[in-house]
Design a protein around this ligand. Structure first.
Ligand code: NAD
Length: 248
């Protein structure tokens, strides 16, 4: 079966670079119309130029996921433009790593506001449309550290564990309207987020990965394609680790 997302409207937050950009690109390659959203307008311009060259169907709508008004407006603009949305990918995320004793309130709040409250804002806004349509696919990007925890990432792992609990609750709340909610928990993926790590930390990670390589944004994107496709119509409330076997 050839996957096609023709006539599907797919919203991706944090689409300016990394995993979000790759997810947007894979959907566009399979003929979806993609709403590229990010708070970094420069990177959105860069993606837009690239998508135009490739003749992809897309629209950029800048939005900071920590701001409920901006999130509501972004989804309204998407629906006003195309009459509906089919898929929401909550991907925008940040890290502010530090040990507990040194963690400032701002570092805690910034990470929880972006990674968890942002998912709540966008899910709430999109659910309004999905419920009316009696169709929707929500894919939330968590992390394996939301399952295992990680020293130095108390804020980040709390936010990513929160995403898993929230997604399972929403899967139960929204299933009656044919809305599925699933989670992708990536392991160690090569992006600008992980580029800040030293070579020795990267090597340590890779040594712990049975498949002996870092993941690529495309590895994550391919799982998002599956979860948004009819192949996954009977999956909801699930957490799929895309981590080369790092966490079993
Ligand atoms: P990245 O830093 O390369 O990209 C994140 C994107 O989100 C950026 O374009 C940034 O501008 C955008 N963003 C950040 N805050 C935002 C906000 N408030 N509103 C709108 N956009 C915002 O990161 P990435 O590695 O591509 O990560 C993407 C997602 O995958 C994140 O949720 C991250 O936590 C998760 N993840 C990444 C890895 C990894 O190894 N890279 C592993 C597990 C989970």
């Amino acid at each position: 079966m050839e996957l096609s997302f023709k006539d599907k409207i797919v919203v991706v937050t944090g689409a300016g670079r990394g995993i979000g950009r790759s997810i947007a690109e894979r959907f566009a390659e399979l003929d979806a119309t993609v709403i590229l959203s990010d708070y970094n307008e420069e990177s959105l311009k860069d993606v837009a130029a690239n998508f135009e060259e490739k003749h992809f169907s897309f629209k950029t709508i800048p939005c900071d996921v920590t701001n409920a008004d901006q999130v509501n407006l972004m989804l309204k603009e998407a629906v006003d433009s195309y009459g509906k949305i089919d898929v929401l990918i909550n991907n925008a995320g940040i890290t502010r790593d530090t040990l507990l004793i040194r963690m400032k309130d701002e570092q805690w709040n910034a990470v929880l506001d972006t990674n968890l409250k942002g998912v709540f804002f966008a899910t709430r806004a999109a659910a309004k449309y999905f419920m009316k349509q009696r169709y929707g696919r929500i894919i939330n990007i968590s992390s394996v550290v939301g399952i295992t925890g990680n020293a130095g990432q108390g804020n980040y792992s709390a936010s990513k564990a929160g995403v898993i609990g929230f997604s399972k609750s929403m899967a139960q709340e929204l299933a009656g309207r044919n809305i599925t909610v699933n989670v992708i928990a990536p392991g160690f993926i090569e992006t600008e987020m992980t580029n800040v790590l030293s070579e020795s930390v990267k090597d340590d990670f890779i040594n712990k990965i049975p498949l002996k390589r870092a993941g690529t944004p495309k590895d994550v994107a391919n799982t998002a394609l599956f979860l948004a496709s009819p192949l996954a119509d009977y999956l909801t409330g699930q957490v799929i680790k895309v981590d080369g076997g790092m966490v079993m």
